[in-house]
Design a protein around this ligand. Structure first.
Ligand code: A2P
Length: 274
């Protein structure tokens, strides 16, 4: 059985999901989602800004699974935050996905206006239109401000984290001080970083008969992080889910953590230009 994490509001989320950032709307996304659900995934992470919500919805329907068997996350885009369009944007996401509720709805970036957006999301939550609400790319100071203006804790903070940029301090702060779960984006280092051809990851993998991608996913799982690797290839989607039959030793966990450069691959949440 795949591991589940109980969020701070009691809702359970599969700890491993499929990410679809940069997956093309249409056949590419429909296939990725179908293959993932066939392989056993029950969690898909999309966003308005990925422009593939309609295909995610189609893939879920084509899988033959019931809606409630699949955990769907989507995100409120920056323009909608800035324009105070939370509720309209939410309805538009529901329409594209072809569903009547979202499992987890997230503010995509802490841009101007996020405080008002959070209030609107609290309302969607109290109306039971979403099973959980949370944030992405919130640094400690954003989390502190959120705590000061709202009594409702975000269920998650979804942040960049991989062996290249482990973001461990922020993760520890969320886990230990806040009891907020963390989701890792670009968990495999994203596109074009060559993390997955790192010889140390190859060497660790060969001890367990696993690939570098499987080693990195396992590292996230053992850190207690929710992880959403992206792939558009069926065999990789399947491989990335075949990570529940081995355990990295504490030494290997440390060796992977030691790859941290402290340098982000993605955008800095305090300097958003989009
Ligand atoms: P592709 O979609 O062509 O398979 P992240 O999840 O960190 O954003 O990184 C995903 C990147 O890693 C994508 O470029 C994806 O490419 C690639 N990838 C995903 N799974 C694997 C795998 N098992 N082996 C090699 N590359 C992978």
């Amino acid at each position: 059985r795949q591991p589940m994490i109980k969020l701070n509001n009691g809702v359970s989320i599969p700890q491993l999901g499929l990410g679809v950032f940069q997956t093309q709307d249409g056949e590419e996304t429909v296939n990725a989602v179908r293959w993932a659900l066939q392989a056993g995934y029950r969690h898909i992470d999309t966003a308005m800004a990925y422009h593939n919500e309609a295909s995610v919805g189609q893939g879920v329907r084509e899988s033959g699974l019931k809606r409630r068997e699949v955990f769907i996350t989507t995100k409120l885009w920056n323009d909608d935050v800035r324009q105070g369009r939370t509720k309209q944007a939410f309805e538009e996401s529901l329409d594209r996905l072809g569903t009547d509720y979202i499992d987890l709805y997230l503010i995509h970036w802490p841009v101007d206006g996020w405080q008002k957006a959070w209030e609107d999301m609290e309302e969607l939550y109290s109306q039971r239109r979403v099973r959980a609400i949370g944030v992405c790319n919130f640094e400690q100071h954003h989390m502190e401000e959120l705590h000061s203006i709202s009594s409702l804790k975000p269920a998650v903070d979804q942040v960049e984290s991989s062996p290249i940029f482990s973001n461990q301090e922020l993760i520890d702060y969320c886990h230990r001080d806040l009891r907020v779960d963390v989701e890792a984006w670009s968990p495999l280092g994203g596109t074009g970083t060559h993390l997955l051809s790192n010889p140390q990851l190859e060497a660790i993998g060969s001890k367990y008969g696993k690939s570098p991608a499987q080693v990195v996913i396992r590292w996230h799982l053992q850190r207690g992080v929710i992880v959403i690797p992206k792939s558009t290839h069926q065999e990789r989607i399947e491989q990335n889910f075949d990570v529940f039959d081995f355990e990295l030793s504490p030494e290997d966990m440390q060796a992977i953590a030691a790859l941290n450069t402290g340098k982000r691959v993605g955008s800095d949440p305090d300097h958003i230009t989009f």
